[in-house]
Design a protein. Structure first.
Length: 290
């Protein structure tokens, strides 16, 4: 396929490289003029999008997505797929999809989980919103860039799935960290705590697969001085998107709101910026009730 790829940052560059490696013709564009092995540079988003079968965007936020979409939608050929893999607000995803559909395109919102490591290894998971026809067209590309894709329904549903999942993740990571800090104060050994919880009803991905306590459970960023991994800043972004969506849809999400406030303080007022999101554990360790 002929693929335009707009946004060649930490995630976009390895994703574009993997597509080129599999023999697709990839035309890249980034405002920071980044070059990627096997990817032809273009001078503008318009040039990267004109005449392509698929245009992929991997951008920082919904406002930037809207402005890039406004440039590329008019020049894309009818029937082409506009595939946004960024994490953005549901409203922006749906607004871009409406404009793209009106122009005869097949829009998909397909945010990912798996991080930079997953992008490099081609093992991302895609959560996809949009038409079945669009999904089937993009499926061979999901299979190159990722290991799994789930078609979640209409436009915006990929973003909805992503922020709901990450709201659960933020809440369970906080719950796991505060429970470890309480266990410490009660004199309970961390290994014993892990052995019980990981096989009892308190188990979760945060405890079992990504344990925030160094030296306990499988290898995780806790064993590497809390270098990300999944940065607390990105968790904060996703929690903000979840609360924006909850506000817009009148959903009651008290724990999501509390998780947002804790990560906001951690990243903006404390030492959480640039650390893994599981570094909430040393934060709780240092604190008392006040
Ligand atoms: P990044 O900042 O490294 O990359 C974004 C790129 O977009 C930058 O290179 C920037 O120069 C480029 N850009 C900005 N405005 C542009 C424009 N108008 N036209 C063309 N290019 C433009 O960010 P990233 O880590 O690659 O993340 C990209 C998206 O993926 C974000 O939405 C993020 O939330 C999501 N995401 C990131 C991770 C992760 O672990 N990094 C994991 C899952 C999802």
């Amino acid at each position: 396929m002929k693929i335009g790829f707009i946004g060649l940052g930490n995630m976009g560059a390895p994703m574009a490289r993997n597509l080129a490696r599999e023999g697709h013709f990839v035309f890249g564009h980034d405002t920071a003029t980044l070059t990627v092995d096997g990817v032809a540079n273009t001078r503008s988003a318009i040039e990267a999008a004109t005449g392509m079968d698929v245009v992929i965007t991997m951008l920082p936020n919904g406002d930037i997505l809207r402005s890039v979409a406004a440039q590329v939608i008019p020049v894309m050929r009818k029937g082409a797929v506009l595939l946004d893999c960024s994490t953005v607000d549901v409203e922006s995803a749906r607004a871009v999809a409406t404009d793209a559909e009106a122009a005869g395109l097949l829009p998909l919102d397909a945010p990912v989980s798996g991080g930079v490591g997953g992008a490099e290894a081609g093992t991302l998971t895609f959560m996809v919103g949009g038409s079945e026809q669009g999904y089937q067209t993009a499926l061979p590309l999901f299979d190159i860039m990722g290991r799994k894709s789930v078609h979640c329904g209409a436009s915006g549903n990929g973003q909805a799935a992503k922020i709901c999942n990450n709201m659960i993740l933020g809440v369970t990571m906080i719950a796991t960290c505060e429970a470890f800090a309480l266990a410490d104060k009660l004199g309970l050994d961390r290994q014993a705590m892990f052995d019980v919880v990981s096989t009892s009803s308190g188990y979760s991905w945060s405890m079992n697969a990504y344990c925030p306590a160094p030296g306990i459970g499988p290898q995780s960023p806790a064993d590497n001085e809390y270098k990300p991994g999944f940065a607390a800043d990105l968790m904060l972004k996703d929690l903000r998107l979840s609360q924006q969506a909850a506000e817009a849809s009148d959903a009651d999400t008290p724990l999501g709101q509390a998780a947002l406030e804790l990560y906001r303080r951690f990243v903006e007022d404390e030492d959480g910026k640039g650390r893994d999101f599981s570094a909430m554990l040393p934060r709780f360790e240092k604190r008392g009730r006040s």
